[in-house]
Design a protein around this ligand. Structure first.
Ligand code: SAH
Ligand code: SF4
Length: 386
């Protein structure tokens, strides 16, 4: 039986230094190698022309730069591009490239499936399959960056992707050990050179891991809040039963101590008649006002049949946002992108094969606490940033 080759995409620069020493090379070679792979996008040792031929041959015998195989690769009319990558054994994950006027964001997956099981999320309905490796997480950026760089005709020192959000499939903080080296590669000047504030980890609220991230790699933090009280959040985001809202906000406060000029983004998926009343918006204001600096990002729900939930009307989203704005909270409404290729939030991996438990999870019905009665919609001018 042949030993599998080591995947160099698994190694951040310090791990690559240790690896070079282990195979009998000077550790400074690691920086050269790292730059070839991540900065220049080279996936073949033979093309790394300033490395000695003997080193290239040695590496080719023990290591590889393992790309992900794209099952599909679709570009939307609005320029959004979505790759569905094969991660083996019938599992696939998605990566979405979202170009805007002044930036381009890559939305990356951290797990195949997700164990948190949020009520409104199709990934959550599929169940958990496995954690991605560091190499599989960074390969999404490696492939998207270099593919887009070539497509856009950019030079070696120009970047196609300016922002990364860990908002694809999976709960990144439940794959912490594999996540952190990947984040370090994103920030590394010899890698992707992204600033700390342009890399966002989105979490459903794994409190102990928020504390660890603050120590290890305090990138921008987004929290999937989705409800103003524990009774409702327990049902929408089940991890709330373990780490309720007050503890979650406490972790956010501690997080900002490590990043004092930052704020926390609060994601809030707008579900018709469930969490979208003006009264609930006022509850949210009470929750965060005078406690920590936040920005609210209201996400129109992307429906899928098994959820049994509906998207809030635009008028209701605007009315909700107005309450937050009037209380002085910065609020944006997320634009839905790539609808025509199913690349919108929570629609990811619709095509992934069923897993053992998926069918049961799909049909499981979870009751939702009725929302407080809503006041009639008033007509609100569209002053919110979209
Ligand atoms: N597991 C992490 C990151 C991935 S989900 C988290 O939950 O934060 C990324 C974002 O998409 C989260 O805010 C999530 O709540 C939101 N989302 C999930 N399903 C959605 C859907 N069907 N419509 C709109 N947003 C959704
Ligand atoms: Fe997992 Fe995030 Fe989906 Fe919840 S919203 S099931 S945490 S991916």
């Amino acid at each position: 039986m042949t030993t599998p080759l080591d995947n160099l995409l698994d190694l951040d620069q310090s791990a690559l230094k240790a690896y070079c020493e282990r195979v009998g090379e000077k550790s400074f070679r690691a920086t050269q190698l790292f730059r070839w792979i991540h900065h220049r996008g080279v996936g073949n040792f033979d093309d790394m022309t300033d490395l000695a031929r003997s080193l290239r041959a040695k590496l080719a015998g023990v290591a590889e730069i393992r790309p992900l195989r794209a099952i599909t690769d679709k570009t939307s009319a609005d320029g959004t591009r979505k790759w569905l990558f094969d991660v083996g054994q019938g599992n696939a994950v998605e990566t979405v490239y979202i170009p805007e006027d002044d930036r381009a964001t890559l939305c990356i997956s951290s797990q195949a499936g997700c164990a948190v099981g949020c009520r409104f999320c199709s990934t959550g309905h599929q169940g958990f399959s496995r954690n991605l490796t560091t190499g599989e997480i960074i390969a999404q950026l490696w492939q998207a960056e270099h593919t887009m760089r070539a497509k856009l005709g950019l030079g070696a020192n120009e970047r196609a992707i300016s922002n990364v959000v860990m908002m694809g499939m999976g709960e990144p903080l439940q794959n912490y050990a594999q996540l952190v080296p990947a984040l370090r590669m994103m920030l590394d000047d010899h890698g992707y050179g992204l600033s700390r504030r342009r890399v966002t980890v989105s979490t459903s609220g794994v409190v102990p891991m928020i504390d660890r991230l603050r120590e290890d790699c305090p990138v921008a933090l987004a929290v999937s809040l989705h409800a103003p009280d524990d009774a409702l959040r327990d049902q929408l985001v089940p991890i709330n039963k373990k780490y309720p809202i007050d503890e979650l906000l406490g972790a956010c406060e501690r997080y900002l101590e490590a990043a004092p000029r930052d704020f926390i983004t609060m994601e809030y998926c707008m579900l018709d008649g469930v969490n979208d009343s003006p009264a609930q918006a006022r509850q949210l204001v009470e929750l965060v006002k005078n406690r920590l600096p936040v920005k609210f990002n209201l996400i129109p729900f992307n429906p899928f049949p098994e959820s049994g939930l509906k998207r809030s009307s635009n008028a209701r989203v605007l009315a909700f946002g107005e309450v937050l704005l009037e209380a002085g909270l910065v609020t944006t409404i997320r634009k839905t992108r790539g609808d025509d290729i199913d690349a919108a939030c929570g629609q990811l991996a619709g095509e992934v094969q069923d897993r053992t438990d998926a069918q049961r999870r799909m049909t499981r019905s979870i009751p939702i606490v009725a929302a407080a009665p809503s006041t009639p919609n008033k007509s609100v001018p569209p002053t919110l940033k979209q």
